[in-house]
Design a protein around this ligand. Sequence first.
Ligand SMILES: [Ca+2]
Ligand SMILES: [Ca+2]
Ligand SMILES: [Zn+2]
Length: 287
Amino acid sequence: MRSAGFLLLAAALVGCQAEAGAIEPYEETHPELWCSTTEPPTNQKMDIELAVQRAQSTRPGKAAPVGATIKVYVHVIRKGTGIENGDVTDEQIHRQLAVLNAAYRPTGFLFELAAIDRTTNLVWFAMQDGTDAEHDAKATLRKGTARDLNLYTAGLGAGSLGFATFPSAAKADPIGDGVVMLYSTLPGGSIPAYDLGDQTVHEVGHWMGLFHTFQAECRTANGDFVDDTPATDAPAFGCPIGRDTCGGGGEDQVRNYMDSTDDGCMNTFTPGQAARMKAQFDTFRRY
Ligand SMILES: [Ca+2]
Ligand SMILES: [Ca+2]
Ligand SMILES: [Zn+2]
């Protein structure tokens, strides 16, 4: 069991070493909005994979980890009252939870609304990844433990649909742990093609430990450390069914939640992604 695990890891390491350079969207697409999650640098990814391997190979009984029901604390950051000021409604939040549960139920995870709070703050409303505004908002609002999802909605800016932290970062930065969404992507929001709540499913995918399916371009199918998502050369936008950007391995999974397609297009997590989420949650969020 253990040696098989290390063989898999060795294969992953080879994939990682081949990985270099930024992933550029196709010239013709130029989306105005995108996921702005920052993935860990390659050397840190190797440490993360090793930590998961180690933790999972020493699990009592060595049974595969199961999923969990995750409490969700929703923090609405607004400019004022009314949806035009980012004051998303309780109904939108309940619909978002339903979208999350529909997407994650097959993976073994469910989400349960714990609380909603609302804060009017123009500086926090414009928060971006890594800013003082983000830090201040999270330091003030975050609730629960590493097992709980803190979901912030705000106006963001700079083209961001949302951004998330990874499970492996939760212990070192418990305050920062969470998902920040552009408020107008929640179900019933105002962004065409990104108004069904699937962008939150994508960002929560990062929070669960998933990387983009196009992570390593065509160099390896294992750039996302998931075997059953074929190598993909670049993010897909819209819904280009049948696209196949890398030779072999099957068509690109444009319906995968961890690509970059429209909300109406993405509808799939693979068994490999579900297994990765469980191992990541068990290693980094259950302590
Ligand atoms: Ca893959
Ligand atoms: Ca292919
Ligand atoms: Zn992303």
